[in-house]
Design a protein around this ligand. Structure first.
Ligand code: SF4
Length: 531
């Protein structure tokens, strides 16, 4: 919606208004009455205050959340232009130019990907930990990059520290190993992301030296929020432990008043916050050099959707430091726990952000500077968005955007399988699902046969949640992408380009430089008819 009617009733915070015809300016009911039993944002905030800034706390750990605001420009404002004649990247032969023959492999920062996707970053937030096996094995089977997010060691109750540096973290070790169990080293890899807290704990050196991690990602931010990572803690002991480890925990668990309020049930959880970085150009260049000296084979950067000048500065610094690739995360995407007003009202939406990043890439290229590969994140769930984001970035010399990073959608795929398995075990599957696909989870997945063929007996070691993720990423998105590309007669991923897109409105055209449908190929149009 383009007005403010969502402000006072949001499914993310489980708030609603008494009437539907709310004020488009405030979101309040046009007549607000004393005898109203509903909890709108204002009403719930009167009881729970800061808690209402966040997606429903009772869903924490088993949910993800994103923005619901219509930013007025997203990938639906572009259409993909299909082609009638010829074929690129394959012989012009109808027997060969078939969509299953489209090559959708990509390569980012020298890492080959079977499909142009990275998953992550999944850090210390409980929803990542709760679903790890499905995420890790599913990503490994799909031949993509999996990013382990920030604060994993700092949150690990079993982690050991010597002089403030981590020397043992069973959680991080488990996460890396789980991915590697089914990893084909020819495709994808596992990355460990490090924020300010992780750098203080020496997570980078631990990951490189003890866990033989190849990719270290520095974390500057995310599209869903412009403050550090946050999680919810439900016990006083855990809140105290993390405060002792140096995190900002709100409210202060050492405060006697807070302790009493918690015991009395007035406060039911604590927030653990991370610090934000203060990046400086020289420091970052030296930091990247230092990481390489420590043994990092790839050094990458993950940043959020900051203001235009910060985007330009980030690209300049990343070029100077020669990072292997950067992930930009646009507003509109999601997270395990970010303030809802921040997700809706702050930072640059994905299409605008990509337009800015591409401008930087072109300027750097023109100057003969190093241009790092780009991965884009921020609300991607399917192949149409992936096609458009990659095609938009190809001005004729191959795409700058080499992969799309997804977080919420893979988690949804994994959680769906998990929940339906639970429903099957308790005989509570939705009847239409049971009628269509049966009640035996081993018979639900269209890819299980191919995975059995590929893995033999090892297929029994794969959690079905991972099969679900693989099916979603490879069978659905991968096939869908091949179909779209074949429709454009482009049979290799690096051939899709800006001429495959047309804008559906003036704003989309102005922001990206992609002509509207009525303006596209006008010269050619006239030439063809000049016979
Ligand atoms: S408290 Fe007022 S604004 Fe909120 S839902 Fe009730 S009537 Fe509407």
């Amino acid at each position: 919606m383009r007005n403010s009617s969502y402000l006072n009733a949001q499914s993310t915070t489980e708030t609603r208004t008494r009437v539907r015809d709310v004020s488009p300016t405030s979101g309040m009911c046009p007549i607000c009455i004393k005898d109203c039993p509903f909890l709108c944002e204002i009403g719930l905030s009167a009881f729970r205050g800061r808690e209402v800034l966040y997606p429903s706390p009772r869903q924490f750990g088993w949910s993800t959340a994103g923005a619901q605001k219509d930013f007025g420009l997203d990938w639906s404002h572009f259409t993909i232009l299909s082609r009638l004649r010829g074929a690129k990247g394959i012989a012009e032969d109808p027997d060969l130019a078939l969509f299953p023959n489209v090559d959708i492999q990509s390569e980012i920062g020298g890492i080959k990907l079977k499909i142009p996707i990275a998953n992550g970053a999944f850090g210390s937030t409980a929803v990542a930990k709760n679903n790890w096996d499905g995420l890790a094995v599913g990503a490994a089977l799909s031949g993509i990059i999996l990013v382990i997010g920030e604060n994993v060691c700092g949150m690990d109750p079993q982690a050991r520290f010597t002089n403030g540096k981590v020397t043992h973290s069973p959680d991080l070790e488990y996460r890396v190993k789980k991915f590697r169990e089914f990893w084909d080293p020819k495709f994808g890899d596992v990355a460990v992301q490090t924020n300010v807290e992780d750098q203080r704990f020496g997570v980078d050196v631990y990951a490189i030296s003890k866990l033989e991690v190849n990719i270290i990602e520095r974390k500057w931010g995310q599209g869903a929020k412009a403050i550090g990572g946050e999680v919810r803690l439900t016990t006083l002991e855990r809140a105290l432990e993390l405060k002792r480890r140096g995190y900002l925990v709100v409210p202060d668990p050492e405060d006697k008043v807070v302790q009493e309020a918690f015991r009395a049930g007035l406060i039911t959880s604590f927030e653990r916050h991370s610090r934000v970085g203060m990046p400086k150009e020289r420091d970052f260049v030296e930091d990247v050099e230092w990481l390489r000296e420590q043994g990092a084979k790839k050094v990458t950067l993950k940043t959020g959707a900051y203001a235009p000048a910060d985007v330009a500065w980030t690209m300049k610094v990343a070029s100077e430091a020669r990072v292997d690739y950067i992930t930009f995360d646009g507003a509109g995407g999601g997270t395990g726990m970010s303030p809802v007003p921040m997700m809706n009202e702050m930072s640059t939406p994905t299409v605008y952000l990509e337009a800015q990043v591409l401008k930087c890439c072109q300027i750097l290229k023109k100057k003969g500077k190093y241009v790092p590969d780009i991965s884009f994140a921020g609300g991607f769930i399917n192949e149409t968005q992936i096609f458009k984001a990659i095609a938009l970035s190809n001005f004729g010399d191959g795409p700058y955007v080499k992969s799309i990073t997804m977080a919420r959608a893979p988690l949804t795929a994994v959680m769906k399988v998990r929940y339906f398995k639970e429903l099957a075990a308790s005989g509570k599957l939705p009847s239409d699902f049971a009628e269509r696909y049966g009640t035996d989870p081993n018979k639900w997945f269209v890819t299980l046969g191919e995975l059995k063929e590929r893995l033999g007996q090892d297929v029994n070691k794969i959690p079905l949640e991972a099969v679900g993720l693989y099916t979603y990423l490879v069978d659905r998105i991968g096939t869908g992408l091949k179909q779209l590309m074949a429709g454009c007669r482009k049979f290799k991923l690096n051939l899709i380009d800006r001429t495959d897109l047309a804008a559906l409105d003036e704003r989309a055209a102005r922001v990206t430089g992609i002509p509207t449908v009525d303006q596209a190929e006008q010269e050619l149009f006239e030439q063809i008819l000049d016979f």
